[in-house]
Design a protein around this ligand. Structure first.
Ligand code: ADP
Ligand code: MG
Length: 334
């Protein structure tokens, strides 16, 4: 196998349930050690794609390769991948350490000492060294999800598949664990394929993101590429705020934070009226109607503004200025 072969490669993947094409022609090439995210709204085919890669589902068409080897017809246990689900399903009667060791027992080729040594190692990696003797019921939700992760990585699969693993946790804990997951992934140098519908989560953790819509991929790129240069109207709206106007016969998108709100007397920019102003603490969000047609959301950092000022802005005439390099032409909506 050549060194530059992708770690996970998916080609022409299709899967239907009755009339519905859950996955409708998906191609992916994921590099070794990459943190790759499948991002999209509910029902867009992310979970089905992950389950096809894991081998829990059989494709109606297309192939799946792991490290250059076609595994499309192999059962899950013959594919060198593990999956972490949102519902972490730990064994309640086993301790944390036993739950983690269980990840190794399935193969049966490790001695008791070796199992113990490895369990201690991965528990330390997920910062649960001191919790090995507890039962799952004695842990918080975030800690239980760390145990599920430890159990999934203990036998060092080639790739780890994660389906909304943080979905059940509250925002603050989710943000902590996002950073944590990324650190663990980098320490292991393991390929992660991560499913989420949360754009912030995808932007925070990923090397690259595939944006899913109705069983198809609309765009693949780094977080900055997908956010700054969305290639379709769907991506512009799903990853960030849809800010699309028609100018000079083109449909373009401009991110709200790239637009400057200027006083009406300014000599540059396009004339507009503020329709709504919403104070959000660190920033204020304005919706502006352009004289030349179209609406743009504009975000300004609150360097001086306070909450009492912003409503007075509603109805005011302003000018909106942005650099041409902030504008991106996109394809018409699908
Ligand atoms: P996502 O994970 O992006 O929310 P899914 O892959 O779960 O999306 O689902 C994609 C589409 O396939 C949806 O329309 C869903 O209702 C349908 N689907 C998924 N699994 C099944 C199933 N086992 N039986 C019937 N329809 C399914
Ligand atoms: Mg899903």
């Amino acid at each position: 196998m050549p060194d530059d072969a992708p770690d996970v490669s998916v080609s022409g993947l299709r899967k239907s349930y009755g009339e519905v094409w859950a996955v409708d022609g998906v191609d992916l090439e994921i590099a070794r050690g990459e943190f790759f995210t499948l991002l999209g709204p509910s029902g867009s085919g992310k979970t089905t794609t992950l389950r096809l890669i894991a081998g829990f589902e059989r494709p109606d068409g297309g192939t799946i390769q792991l490290q250059g080897k076609d595994v499309s017809s192999l059962p899950p246990y013959e594919r060198d991948v593990n999956t972490v689900f949102q519902d972490y399903a730990l064994f309640p009667h086993m301790t944390v350490r036993e739950n983690v060791e269980y990840g190794l027992r399935v193969g049966g080729k490790y001695s008791r000492d070796e199992r113990r040594r490895r369990a201690v190692e991965v528990l330390s990696m997920v910062q649960l060294d001191t919790h090995g003797d507890r039962k799952p019921s004695q842990l918080s939700g975030g800690q239980r999800q760390r145990v599920a992760l430890a159990r999934a990585i203990i036998n060092r699969p080639q790739a780890l598949l994660l389906d909304e693993p943080l979905g059940a946790l509250d925002l603050k804990l989710r943000q902590e664990l996002q950073i944590e997951l990324k650190r663990i992934q980098q320490e292991l140098g393991m390929t992660f394929i991560y499913v989420t519908h949360d754009q912030d989560e995808a932007l925070t953790m990923s090397n690259r993101i595939a944006v899913f819509n109705k069983g198809k991929i609309e765009q693949v790129g780094t977080p900055a590429e997908v956010y700054e240069h969305p290639s379709t109207e769907f991506v512009a709206g799903f990853v960030g705020t849809s800010n699309v106007i028609d100018r000079d016969g083109r449909r373009v998108t401009i991110r709200p934070e790239k637009i400057r709100l200027l006083p009406v007397e300014a000599t540059d920019g396009e004339p507009a009226v503020i329709r709504a102003a919403v104070y959000l603490g660190a920033i204020t969000r304005y919706v502006c109607v352009l004289d030349a047609g179209g609406e743009l959301a504009v975000v300004q950092q609150n360097l001086e503004t306070s909450s009492s000022d912003v409503h007075e802005m509603e109805g005011r005439r302003v000018r909106l200025a942005w650099s041409r390099v902030a504008e991106f032409a996109i394809k018409e909506g699908t």
